[in-house]
Design a protein around this ligand. Structure first.
Ligand SMILES: C[S@@+](CC[C@H](N)C(=O)[O-])C[C@H]1O[C@@H](n2cnc3c(N)ncnc32)[C@H](O)[C@@H]1O
Length: 281
């Protein structure tokens, strides 16, 4: 019974704090777990204070006041335990620039977080800047646009593209990182399932795509998009992928019907490959 009583107190405190924090526009994340200590069950709540959306809240949020005479314990939040996609802000130092990316996994999902493939492709471009310098580069499924922004800082004229739903987050990320910008980049809607979008873009010198091979239902549309943008072997395509499932290999085999594919880099640590893809006919 005492354990049940403590648990109920914890739930009430949790709900009260959630109410306060939501009024302040600050998102909080809690975790609760039962640990066994000194023959007592203790409910542990970790508190994440969201530094970045804090501006809308005047007062510092405090963890809920819970009497420690109960067996409820509050522990400081351990940032290192948060998965990369759950972080609200991440920073990347690439090509001599610090990129700040606000992530929003809960609202926009895959389009609003930085995937390792984006980082690996960006690092690859930094080491091989001649691939993009002075070129017209189009990024497909750009997500937060990290790779495209890096290409832009290397001297490419970049258009990052996304689905309608993800465009405003993409633009906001570009604005956040280009206050004193000396590089060219624009964001535009290009939905692979909308063939009418394809004709809005001149043939690029280079197409880049990080982690765009991931949903089988999109493969035919993605292939059609690439075919329509890369009309000749003058367009080079660079795709970075984590091959998670056999079906991902299936997309490469579809590409192979029209393109020559060469693996040009493999990041063994992150298990990500970069393929150079050029039209064969
Ligand atoms: C796994 S995320 C990769 C995002 C980013 N390139 C990165 O690596 O961080 C896949 C991206 O493909 C985009 N995508 C999915 N279906 C799409 C479609 N039909 N048209 C355009 N983009 C699409 C998603 O919005 C998402 O941003």
């Amino acid at each position: 019974m005492p354990v049940l009583y403590d648990f109920l107190i914890a739930i009430v405190a949790f709900l009260a704090f959630e109410l306060v924090s939501s009024n302040c526009g600050v998102s909080t994340t809690w975790e609760s777990k039962t640990i066994f200590e000194s023959n007592q069950d203790i409910l542990v709540c970790s508190h994440i204070k969201n530094k970045y959306s804090h501006s809308s809240c005047e007062k510092e949020l405090q963890p809920p006041a819970v009497s420690m005479t109960t067996s409820l314990a509050l522990v400081p939040f351990d940032e290192s335990r948060v998965l990369p996609h759950e972080k609200t802000v991440r920073e990347f130092k690439l090509a001599g620039h610090l990129f700040t990316i606000k992530q929003d996994w809960n609202t926009l999902g895959v389009a609003a977080v930085v995937w390792d493939s984006a980082v690996v492709l960006a690092e690859f471009l930094v080491k091989n800047e001649a691939l993009v310098k002075g070129k017209n580069v189009l990024e497909l499924g750009a997500g937060t646009g990290l790779t495209g922004m890096v290409a832009a800082t290397l001297g490419a004229n970049v258009t990052v593209t996304e689905r309608e739903e993800a465009i405003s987050h993409l633009r906001a990320t570009i604005d956040l990182n280009s206050a004193d910008k000396s590089w060219e980049i624009s964001a535009a809607k290009l939905d692979w399932t909308h063939p009418e979008d394809h004709s809005n873009f001149p043939t690029p010198d280079v197409i880049i795509g990080a982690d765009v091979i991931y949903i089988e239902e999109t493969f035919q549309d993605l292939l059609r998009t690439i075919l329509s943008l890369a009309k000749s072997n003058r367009t080079q395509i660079l795709l970075s992928c984590k091959i998670r499932y056999d079906r991902d290999l299936h997309f490469l085999s579809l590409l192979q019907n029209h393109f020559q594919i060469n693996e040009v880099f493999y990041d063994t640590h992150r298990d990500i490959k970069i393929f150079s893809v050029v039209r064969s006919s």
